[in-house]
Design a binder for this molecule. Sequence first.
Ligand code: HEC
Length: 620
Amino acid sequence: MRTDRTCAIPLFGLVVFAFALGASLPLSAQTAAPVTGADVYQKRCARCHDEGVSRAPARQVLQTMSAARILRTLDFGLMMAVAYPMKREERVAVANFLGTPGDDAPTSPKNPCAAGMQPLSAASAANWAGWSPDPSNNRYQNAEQAALGMAQVRHLKLKWAYGFAGDVTSFAAPTVLNGTLFVGSAGGLVQALDAKTGCVHWTFPANGPVRAAILPVHNGSSYTLVFGDLIGWVYALDAKSGKLAWKKRLEEHEATRLTGSAVALNGIVFIPAASWEETRSTDPQYECCTFRGSVTALRVRDGSLVWKSYMVDTPQKTGTNSVGVPQWGPSGAPIWSSPTVDTKRGLLYVTTGDNYSVPATSTSDAVIALNLKTGRIVWTQQTLANDAYTSACRNKGVNCPSTNGPDYDFGSSALLVHAPNGKEILVAGQKSGVVHAFDPDAKGKLLWETRVGTGGINGGVQWGMASDGQKVYAAVSDVSAVMNTAGPVGGATFDPAKGGGLTALHLEDGATAWFAPSHPCDPPKPGCSPGQSAALTLIPGVVFSPSLDGHLRAFSTEDGEMVWDFDTATTFSTVNGVPANGGSIDGAGPVIAGGMVFVNSGYPRNGGMPGNVLLAFGPE
Ligand code: HEC
């Protein structure tokens, strides 16, 4: 089923929208002369692709590729670091300028499921549906649904591997529902696979890369799948056929980026929004910054709006940067992670990232409770004030705000946990390396704080903790070096012994129960770091922690003893015949359902090892 990618790539599917906010937004967004692909090529690509810079294919080679493929390379392929400062319009223009019309993605998979084999038809339902099996975001799979215990984990074996054609990144959060696995990809292809064998039921081409979990929402007779992509589109598909029910842009801002998975309640989905604006700002000509973090509540039925809540006020012009380009604020407070549903209190909790420009707001680096019905902010607990930052700060760029960071976002969800003392608490881990616990019955009053890592721009707790109601488990990234913005992604030189580590904390007081140190890269290799940035996954007795070194490891929740280890940074033969290899594991953690463990491997962003594989493990 390939419907959207026709000839030249339209910008946002032909809708070149005007900002609804009118006069208060940058002129460049409204009236600037249209960019031409030739100009963009000269400015951003020619210095390598016309000059024979090592390994860079010549312009003539790029001209044999499809425009859609070149765009994917800029969005989430080898050139994504080069493209950080580029606006959507510029990416589309240069892709159309260079590439051939049409697409080069495979139209039919090599391993379709047998005729008559229907999605969602497994005899027993074992599900991990969305970012977490439960809307409290504990990332804990119970014994019945997991169908996997410590004894089996010790003997997990690879059952099948699936390759994402043409991709160098494999970072999406899988969802498992009634025997079918739904997963997005860097190339923007959403796939419905048989969880047991990896055969393909259907694929759906999204407009941009999809890394958020595909959320199934029951609709009476079947399920509707809801998810966002990394260029700001939200989709609803029929789970059985993969047919599009509706799609829409969540935000008007061109830099919108949807990483956080949606959650649903009573036919309404809540979708968080983050952005690329931090990296757009490395261009001194960029009018920094106008993106505002938000949550949007939509009816699953038709995508109509229930409410929208912004984390900062409408940005106003605040002056100019040192090269005379207008500056705007407040901005930022993006939401990178999945919201947490609290039906008992009628609240939706989100965690926010930093501001991008001054004035800084009280809603950045915060845990925020919204009214589920109206979206109104009920309370805000900020853990770090005055954290305004853009990627321009890394190289003393002109679009670095005066506060200059430290960029201690919350990148992961808050967990609503039943502690052993009978109390419910909210636990959130921050890039600062600190885990915080809040009282949901006292407007988020701070209960305890424990440092589990050093913290940093790509440091501390990044993508997600997990809790079994006894302890909370937090792994840290703490990688030694960050983001290569000069050339192709991947292969950075990290300190092979620095970073990572997994800590178990008691829920009552945040005291450390145990600490499992990280494993140095052995042997050290480009793109390898011991950092444990990806989200954790729990079943009774076992916590899984993937690493940037490519290993997926499992630890006993009792004492942190390592009970299983698999190195994914190698080549695999795949069920769909696509050449594939694993690399760093980052972003989404594994998901576990029906006795199987699924994990994506390959994450060259920030310098890690590339890869394009989805792996499925089961007991011997
Ligand atoms: C700093 C140098 C540099 C710049 C600037 C640069 N590239 Fe590249 N590009 C490379 C290199 C090197 C490779 C080959 C990477 C490899 O094979 O590992 C490459 C590969 C590519 C590929 C092939 C990717 C693939 O998946 O096979 C495309 C398409 C591409 N570049 C497009 C662009 C476009 C469009 C621009 C401008 C917006 C650009 N590049 C700017 C160095 C650069």
